[in-house]
Design a protein around this ligand. Structure first.
Ligand code: ARG
Ligand code: ZN
Length: 971
């Protein structure tokens, strides 16, 4: 998610011949002139400025920054694009031939585009407007072989417009010069670790050459890549290798052809010195596909897990959806400088190295499962994204929501389904629900954006996946498969919309799914209330269900959405009761999916023999916040002990803990005189219902360790922020810490026993993907985490010993992490030793940075500032930035320090990073509490606002950061 823009390099000769009117009408131009004309422009522009921009104008009036200069920048406020304005392009590009001459100083890109008219029967061919960037050096443009005259084209910072075009189809040839080695935004063509690579989604291709950079322009590509043979022995493109050979002066070339039409965001190129690991996959129709993974030579012996995952994913997609790979070669390239996780370029996936490289001694179990999930995700895009793509970027969830759903299902089938569901729901709840309640809240299909990169969000991805899951819940596995089949049958080779997907699901199942449109158009998390009442004489259970979606920026009124609510009823012995829904013939099994479509509705179960305990939202059947009226702690403990639905079982424990944390927080907040501990004890402390329930879970023989570890984890602070008004995050942190310490003290014998029982035997070898082993590690390390909260020197000594003797990274990092939040001598030793052991492994160093930056020891900010100067940290590397800044954001004690120092540090860092990499800078602000400042206590909210104003006042701020900051200032 992120501006290079502000790097001034290699500007082309200016071709501006605009009148003043043109300038005003073209919001994408940067205006830095002054004088009367500028003032007039300013006036007109501010009248048309988007809301966010107007706010910045207001904010600037209250600051003392140099006003005139600032206004000059504000005038050029970026304009949003709207979904409602979608229009097809007047031209399509049938075929693209690209010729790259890669060099150390300036690289040349020649493109030959076979253009076809798409403007109907207009008598004069319209203007062709190609997207570009101001740092592209335009060398030549010709149409059908003749160079264009000056009057036939014009160039602005973002466009190349060509007029007087011939009727019918024509060939357009453009030659440009670019400097990948200076590209620190990591969009378009850039260098990572000395190699050339690309990232074009969403709108990076326009940084490579002038083009119709939008997903509904699908073309067949051939690509010729030429570079020095010694420095860049590997030359990769999309599709099949047609030809390779020597060129002059020690150079060589490769010619690639991709037979499938694709939008330019799926274009990729790699040129470098890379090692390779190869394997073969036999497809269901018996074709052999060559699979290759490329990395720097030092990492090539750590790709076997990624390769294994790829083969599993290919097989799974054949078995589950009947989808086979469509070429004879599939390449993955790992690069260490990458803004996101990975990219599904046709047959040439490019990955952030942290999602390819894995070994037991350097990667945790979590790293292994991420590699598996993301390798699968990118592979699955070949059908959901590449063969069928998006008409415009507003439809991003069409491919991302669906592909996340697919990778979730794949991981569930490879590992434990309940644990995967719990992990996914936790992530949704801690991060997406927060986004959906903050200043950047948007529907899964947004209505507008300034920078598309800001919309690769948890909402589009994770909530989008939940919406896809709704169809599966409602239509069943077979119904969903029928819908998928029809979707591919209708739309293979097309660029389509979310409505097309919904229609395929509906038509294949002969169902009216039109009400589901509301899920695509509305932001905000629905709040669902269920009130059960049992009538013993009538033997009925009535469920009153109501829903409410809170207002979000720009959407004050909401309509109800269709919510599949899966419920079950538990008898006193803990068994599931058979269900009979009034108005339906026969029995409905033991789980019934109720479809809640109205603001409030009633459902009646009949033949209910005894007063049941309600188990609601089984398997988290919809992305909502559920409240069951009148539910007691005893009922929750009962569900935690007995529910046959593993998600609800886990959720009962979480609800119990959330309620406890909320109660204790409120008590602590009220009477501030005495010591916190005394206040919390006076409020009842941790009741036995809770510690007994946790103890029972901890010692359960029937449940697996991974599930137990999730069950005894306290809900994240992020789950409570927003539900408690004007929260003091430091107090919440201390209340959480108190609960952890109380539980640890009370359950100490059980925790210690669990550690012993789950210790891996000496000589055990780590088997990647072995669930039982991973489950043991998860439970043991969770127990150690609790024990570490006791601040007992014996525990610290034990953790240090574990950090030293660990034979795998999961155990090693858990031990070091256990020491990180306490100011004991072992902390320092453990961190130093860890550094010595791993300083040459940049991926492990990311963990080392993250552990320190996220620590909750008071006054840690100065250490974090020092870390920024450490050789292990590099501000131009996105992974290092994420490890440092995003971890720091999670430290309640230091980020939320009462003196505002944490906020200022993030404000400074965003500005610094923005000059290097706008996507990374935007990701830092959008992950911060700055986008949810209204949830915090007034003093903190004000300090956050000050940082936002300061950022917004910055000269040359990227559009990416501008969009987030201006929206946050508005909220
Ligand atoms: N399509 C990629 C994936 O999810 C992510 C690309 C992200 N690009 C961006 N500019 N945010 O698999
Ligand atoms: Zn994706």
């Amino acid at each position: 998610m992120q501006s290079t823009a502000r790097l001034t390099r290699g500007c082309a000769p200016l071709l501006l011949r605009h009148t003043y009117c043109c300038i005003v009408a073209r919001p994408d131009r940067h205006l830095f002139s002054s004088g009367a004309a500028a003032q007039l422009r300013r006036k007109q522009q501010s009248q048309q400025a988007p809301k966010g921009f107007q706010h910045v104008l207001r904010a600037s009036a209250t600051t003392t920054a140099p006003v005139l200069e600032k206004q000059e920048i504000e005038m050029a406020a970026p304009q949003p694009k709207y979904r409602k304005d979608y229009k097809p392009t007047p031209y399509l590009i049938e075929h693209v031939h690209l010729d790259f001459l890669l060099n150390e100083d300036k690289s040349t890109v020649k493109s030959k585009l076979h253009m076809t008219p798409n403007y109907g029967d207009a008598s004069t061919p319209p203007k062709l407007e190609l997207d570009g960037r101001k740092d592209i050096d335009l060398v030549s443009v010709s149409v059908n072989g003749s160079a264009l005259a000056d009057k036939d084209y014009e160039r602005t910072d973002k466009k190349l417009s060509i007029s007087n075009l011939p009727k019918g189809s024509f060939d357009l040839e453009i030659t440009v010069g670019i400097k990948p080695q200076e590209n620190t935004s990591l969009e378009g063509l850039y260098k990572s670790g000395g190699n050339f690579c690309t990232q074009c989604e969403a709108e990076g291709f326009r940084g490579i050459t002038y083009f119709l950079d939008r997903p509904d322009v699908m073309s067949k590509y051939t690509t010729r890549i030429e570079a020095d043979a010694k420095s860049y022995p590997v030359l990769l493109g999309n599709g099949n290798l047609l030809e390779q050979g020597c060129a002059s002066e020690g150079r060589h070339y490769a010619l690639w052809e991709d037979p499938f039409p694709k939008p330019c965001y799926l274009f990729a190129l790699v040129a470098g010195d890379l090692a390779l690991s190869e394997d073969v996959f036999k497809t269901m129709s018996g074709r052999d596909v060559t699979l290759r993974i490329y990395t720097e030579a030092k990492d090539i012996d750590r790709v076997s897990w990624a390769m294994e995952s790829l083969k599993q994913a290919m097989k799974w997609d054949e078995e589950t959806f009947g989808l086979e790979y469509d070429l004879d070669l599939f390449n993955i390239v790992a690069v260490s400088d990458f803004n996101m996780g990975a990219m599904e370029n046709k047959s040439l996936n490019i990955f952030n190295s942290r999602l390819v490289i894995a070994s037991p001694s350097t990667s945790t179990d979590l790293d292994y499962s991420r590699v598996e999930g993301v390798v699968a995700h990118e592979y699955f895009h070949n059908w959901t994204g590449n063969r069928v793509t998006c008409r415009d970027w507003f439809q991003l969830t069409l491919k991302e929501g669906l592909t996340v759903f697919r990778d979730q299902e794949f991981s569930s089938d490879m590992n434990s389904r309940p644990v995967k569901r719990i992990d996914d729901v936790s992530r949704l709840r801690t991060a997406q629900f927060t986004e959906d309640a903050g200043s950047m809240a948007h529907p899964i299909r947004p209505d507008s954006y300034i920078k598309m990169d800001n919309f690769y969000t948890l909402t589009v991805y994770e909530k989008g996946a939940e919406i896809v899951r709704l169809y599966r819940t409602l239509l069943g596995k077979d119904g969903f498969r029928k819908g998928m089949d029809l979707y591919f049958k209708r739309h293979d080779g097309q660029a389509v919309t979310c409505d097309d997907f919904r229609n395929a699901m509906a038509d294949a199942n002969d169902k009216d799914l039109s009400s589901f449109a509301a899920w695509y158009g509305q932001a905000g998390t629905p709040q669902v209330k269920v009130s059960p009442s049992y009538d013993a004489s009538a033997r009925t259970l009535t469920l009153k269900v109501s829903q409410n979606i809170p207002a979000t920026p720009g959407q004050s009124q909401k309509e109800p959405v269709p919510i599949p609510l899966a419920v079950g009823l538990l008898a006193a012995d803990g068994s599931d009761m058979p269900l009979h829904l009034q108005g339906e013939a026969g029995e409905s099994g033991t789980t019934k999916v109720l479809l809640v479509e109205k603001a409030s509705q009633e459902f009646v179960f009949t033949e209910v023999a005894e007063k049941p305990v309600l188990s609601a939202l089984r398997d988290f059947s919809a992305p909502v916040k559920l409240q069951v009226e009148g539910q007691t702690d005893e009922e929750l403990a009962f569900l935690l002990g007995h529910d046959s639905d593993p998600f609800c079982r886990w959720e009962a424990g979480q609800t119990l803990l959330r309620a406890l944390l909320t109660k204790l927080y409120n008590a602590a907040k009220q009477q501030k005189e005495s010591k916190l501990e005394d206040r919390l004890a006076a409020a009842g402390g941790v009741p036995e219902t809770v510690s007994d329930a946790m103890g029972a879970l901890l010692t359960s023989k029937e449940l697996d360790g991974m599930f137990i570890a999730a069950g005894i984890s306290l809900p994240a602070a992020a789950e409570l922020i927003g539900s408690i008004p004007n929260i003091d995050p430091l107090l919440l942190h201390n209340v959480r810490k108190y609960v952890v310490q109380q539980l640890a003290a009370r359950l100490r014998p059980q925790l210690e026993a669990v550690v012993k029982q789950n210790e891996s035997a000496a000589g055990d070898t780590f088997v990647p993907g072995d669930f039982d082993q991973a489950a043991k590690r998860a439970l043991k390390n969770k127990a150690l985490g609790y024990l570490s909260a006791l601040d007992d020197p014996r525990v610290s000594a034990d953790l240090l010993e574990r950090a030293r003797s660990a034979t795998n990274m999961t155990d090693q990092i858990a031990a070091v992490a256990g020491l990180c939040d306490s100011d004991c001598p072992e902390r320092k030793t453990a961190l130093e030793e860890f550094y010595k052991q791993w300083k040459d492994d940049s991926l492990v160093m990311l963990k080392w940075i993250g552990l320190q930056a996220g620590a909750n020891v008071p006054g840690n900010l100065k250490n974090v500032e020092k870390l920024m100067e450490h050789p292990a940290f590099s501000i131009t590397n996105p992974n290092a930035c994420y490890s440092l800044f995003l971890s720091f954001l999670r430290s309640s004690v230091n980020f939320h320090a009462a003196d505002g120092s944490g906020y200022k540090f993030i404000g400074d860092s965003v500005l610094k990073v923005d000059k290097i990499n706008r996507q990374v800078a935007a990701r830092i602000v959008s992950s911060s509490a700055f986008t949810a400042l209204k949830d915090y206590d007034p003093e903190r909210a004000q300090m956050m606002r000050e940082q936002l104003s300061r950022i917004s006042a910055e000269n040359g701020l990227s559009e990416n950061v501008f969009e987030i900051v201006s929206k946050s200032l508005e909220s």
